[in-house]
Design a protein around this ligand. Sequence first.
Ligand SMILES: Nc1ncnc2c1ncn2[C@@H]1O[C@H](COP(=O)(O)OP(=O)(O)OP(=O)(O)O)[C@@H](O)[C@H]1O
Ligand SMILES: O=P(O)(O)OC[C@H]1O[C@H](OP(=O)(O)OP(=O)(O)O)[C@H](O)[C@@H]1O
Length: 316
Amino acid sequence: MDLVNSLNDRLLFAVPKKGRLHQACLDLLHGSDIQFHRHSRLDIALVKNLPLALIFLPAADIPTFVGEGRVDLGITGRDQVAEHEVLVPPTATTGVAEVLDLGFGKCSLQVQVPQKGDLSKPEDLIGKNIVTSFTNLAEQYFRKLEDQQAASSTNGESNGQTKLKTSIKYVGGSVEAACALGVADGIVDLVESGETMRAAGLKAISTVVDSTAILIKSKHPSDPKLVDLIAARIKGVITAQKYVLCTYNISRDKLDAACHITPGKRAPTINSLEQDNWVAVQAMVERKQLAITMDRLTDVGAEDILVMKLENSRTG
Ligand SMILES: Nc1ncnc2c1ncn2[C@@H]1O[C@H](COP(=O)(O)OP(=O)(O)OP(=O)(O)O)[C@@H](O)[C@H]1O
Ligand SMILES: O=P(O)(O)OC[C@H]1O[C@H](OP(=O)(O)OP(=O)(O)O)[C@H](O)[C@@H]1O
């Protein structure tokens, strides 16, 4: 099969080929009924049931391919998009547009320094050595810091474009080792639980950007209708993961209090029961609020509270 020719007339969708976002993306594709078979060692997979091809790329490269318009859609971290967009002028016709926040892959890009030592605030790192995988964001961050410092020492007159005093060096991974190895005074790296940072004897002193995985599209996708369809399917899966369906019985005189606790996405569904003055209520509840919602429903007199997992959804 001539794989490259069979990409013609297909929407191209980039997915992280490895790393922290890979499995969650595969689960999302599965939930969206995007069916494909990926041959081993091949980074392209044709989708069987839609005019779509998946391109498996490193998360860091996805904003470039989507931003240049070579690929129509992609999933990557907001941090990676921010790193790429630093170099895209605001008026450019290239670059990416965010379609949807996917909620997973939560982490923060933070400035970190050794726990033991004299460095305690970002300004202390001006003129020192920084190691990071996010050189554009780090340069932008320290440029702003240096400009602010220059402006305050010259009563507001900053000359803006002088050479950066802080040295920013790129490494592709294991950034946290740089301070212990004497290569850096501080690092700019991702933190989720903070375990990696603490294990390396580091502490965070500032946040450059907060991140989650996002669905992005090029500014001129080849098939905007198909982009909308894929986005709607993915949104359906994300919403189904975020909410559960809660049902309960309650007497009519307590209904107002109960509906206040479970207002649903639009409004709760209320059906009369055969028993006088009793109704059955059905409403979507955010999964993370579930336990507290059930406690409060019980307090106002709800009975027979049942919770159901959502398989998929299409909501407004
Ligand atoms: N610890 C983490 N917790 C949550 N999300 C993370 C974490 N680390 C990274 N991410 C997200 O995943 C994206 C890809 O990072 P990751 O380090 O997994 O990629 P990679 O360099 O391609 O993979 P690998 O590190 O396996 O070579 C990051 O840009 C960020 O958005
Ligand atoms: O706060 P934590 O939960 O410890 O997670 C943060 C770590 O996760 C990522 O690295 P990853 O493990 O993906 O490997 P890498 O260093 O090769 O990028 C990131 O670069 C941090 O090192």
